[in-house]
Design a protein around this ligand. Structure first.
Ligand code: FES
Ligand code: MG
Length: 590
């Protein structure tokens, strides 16, 4: 018996297909195997996937194993049938050589699961950095009704009466270790204190960023991104998310109705206001390409640079995840931006209402943590997009430029917002770690540190290594940071104002491959340029020599997937997706 009150469900092609009764019998027989009744499977109820990203290998998302019970109850309460299945595990800090390698692999696996099985709608269990974009990219490609549920951040970390935030404390701790202020055991204890509970990084790292942006894109229930993992509200919103996806299937509300250009522009503006991660432009570009929206990298500067920093979370500010939630989370930030006309209010969201309807009345509950628009932590806090003779595009997160950096590098009265100096070039993170403290490199406060061989091809997936600490002897002299430039990424928890995600990377024979230690490089933030100060003929000679040598050398692949991904991955300025995969769009409708 088929329910005719809702649109025909794609799962009916498996379980209720009179034209192919043989296959219907086969499908039914095996899905009955885990306890569903024939009556349930043939009742016309929508089948809802729970794309499970949590596992013992993915501790940041592991709490989703608990939340899935509440998602199921919501799905059943609303008249759906839940089928939970695993997503390829991604754990940001534990995966060798990089978790960047796994985003596109999880994407591929999830596309196959959503397309190839009888699923009418899906709950995407998001959390640790790349789990969120991987899930949204797949939902965009398949285009069945989809809703994201964040696992939420850990509780705040504490050590000796002070907040310790995920990742950010590592960058601070490694300086203290280099300066001899703590020993190895003290370093481990300090870092462990930042992780007091289940959940993802409690700073404004890539996890909090990408979940905030999933909500800003309209793909998550309003107000839900920031709820800490252990809070009871997190259980409640898991239940509500399960209920809502069943309604979305009945309404046929799909990612293509939500992930519009308006939605992406909202996410860019929100990213500036929250002090979001430098990984966000890569992931949003990838999601946009899979849904077929044009989102040039330059939009991050034109739409986002002038937006002020409103959220006072580490690394750009002081507070942590619990405070962000209590202060009002994403809706409070959106409401401030809406008051200035910076939000496309008509953008549709998963609850069937627009962004404007959802956030219009949201208030700030703690102005120490979320500032009013007229009292920002910093003006013009978005990204700059830079280019020059070393690369076509790179970004710089201006919200983390601190006073010391501004004074030393950007305050020359004759040449404001520009600096130049000799460079020291490292080929990958191992080279950096071996040599950084070697006095023979002659690193001084004027030196610019360059990291190359760390992009999507060179260090497969792109390593988070551009934020390089200065040599220990400079740290003890009070120089905590040098300008860093590179073709890798850096952690969203890093407070370094690096110039990073440079595209094309050295391993794609971009201009960085031509750079040599001792060259001088000029950075001009007024003009948006980074240039090596050598003659064009010399650069051309170096390029000929590079080509004669067979191109920039990088380490061999260690696994089959590294080799496959390296052969087809694009550069970070266009999302580092598997080139060619974007032609598969809205495939559930084909
Ligand atoms: Fe998983 Fe930060 S390492 S969220
Ligand atoms: Mg990261």
């Amino acid at each position: 018996m088929t329910d005719t009150s809702t649109p025909r469900l794609r799962s009916r092609a498996w379980f209720d297909n009179p034209d192919n009764i043989d296959m219907t019998a086969l499908y039914l027989e095996r899905y009955l195997n885990f306890g569903l009744s024939l009556e349930e499977l043939r009742s016309g109820k929508p089948i809802i996937g729970i794309a499970q990203t949590g596992s013992d290998l993915s501790p940041c998302n592991r709490h989703h194993l608990v939340l899935a019970e509440r998602i199921r109850e919501g799905i059943r309460e609303a008249g759906g049938i839940a089928l939970e299945f695993p997503v390829h595990p991604i754990q940001e800090t534990g995966k060798r050589p990089t978790a960047g390698l796994d985003r596109n692999l999880a994407y591929l696996g999830l596309v196959e699961a959503l397309y190839g099985y009888p699923i009418d709608g899906v709950v995407l269990t998001t959390g640790c950095d790349k789990t969120t974009p991987a899930c949204l990219m797949a939902a965009a490609t398949v285009n069945i009704p989809a809703i994201a549920l964040s696992v939420g951040p850990m509780l705040n970390g504490w050590h000796k009466g002070e907040w310790t935030g995920s990742g950010t404390i590592v960058w601070k701790g490694r300086q203290m270790l280099a300066a001899g202020e703590i020993d190895d055991a003290g370093f481990i204890k300090l870092v462990a204190s930042s992780a007091p509970s289940t959940g993802y990084c409690n700073t404004m790292g890539t996890a909090t960023t990408m979940n905030s942006l999933a909500e800003a894109l309209g793909m998550m229930l309003p107000g839900s991104a920031a709820i800490p993992a252990p809070y009871r509200d997190r259980q409640e919103v898991a239940y509500l998310t399960g209920k809502r996806i069943v309604e979305m299937v009945a309404e046929d509300l799909k990612p293509s109705d939500i992930l519009t250009l308006d939605a992406f522009h909202n996410a860019i503006v929100v990213n500036s206001a929250i002090g979001g991660s430098t990984n966000a432009p890569i992931h949003l570009a990838a999601i946009a390409r899979h849904i077929g929206v044009e989102l040039p990298l330059k939009d991050w500067e034109t739409k986002g640079h002038k937006v002020p920093l409103l959220v006072n979370l580490q690394p750009a500010g002081e507070y942590l995840g619990e405070d962000y939630y209590r202060a009002g989370g994403v809706p409070a930030v959106v409401a401030q931006l809406m008051g200035q006309g910076l939000i496309r209010e008509q953008a549709m969201t998963v609850n069937g209402q627009t962004m404007g309807e959802n956030c219009r009345d949201a208030t700030i509950e703690d102005e120490r943590v979320i500032r009013r628009f007229d009292q920002p932590l910093r003006e013009e806090a978005g990204f700059l997009v830079l280019s020059g003779n070393l690369f076509d595009a790179a970004i710089m997160k201006t919200s983390v430029i601190d006073e010391a950096f501004r004074t030393r590098y950007l305050s020359n009265p004759d040449d404001p917002n520009a600096f130049e100096g000799p460079v020291v070039v490292f080929d990958g993170p191992e080279d950096y770690h071996h040599r950084i403290d070697d006095p023979a490199l002659g690193i001084t406060p004027e030196t610019l540190l360059f990291m190359r061989g760390a992009g999507p091809i060179g260090y497969p997936g792109a390593a988070e290594v551009v934020n390089m600490r200065p040599p220990a002897y400079l740290i003890t002299e009070g120089i905590g940071a040098l300008p860093c430039v590179g073709d890798g990424r850096q952690s969203g928890t890093s407070g370094s104002p690096s110039i990073l995600n440079a595209s094309p990377e050295a391993a794609a024979n971009g201009g960085l491959a031509l750079l040599r230690t001792g060259d001088r490089v000029r950075v001009d933030l007024n003009k948006g340029t980074v240039d090596v100060l050598i003659a064009a003929e010399e650069l051309a000679d170096r390029r000929s020599a590079l080509e004669a040598a067979g191109g920039y050398a990088y380490p061999a692949s260690q696994t089959p997937w590294q080799e496959i991904q390296r052969s087809i991955v694009g550069q970070m300025d266009s999302g580092a997706i598997l080139e060619g995969s974007e032609k598969y769009q809205r495939i559930a409708q084909t």
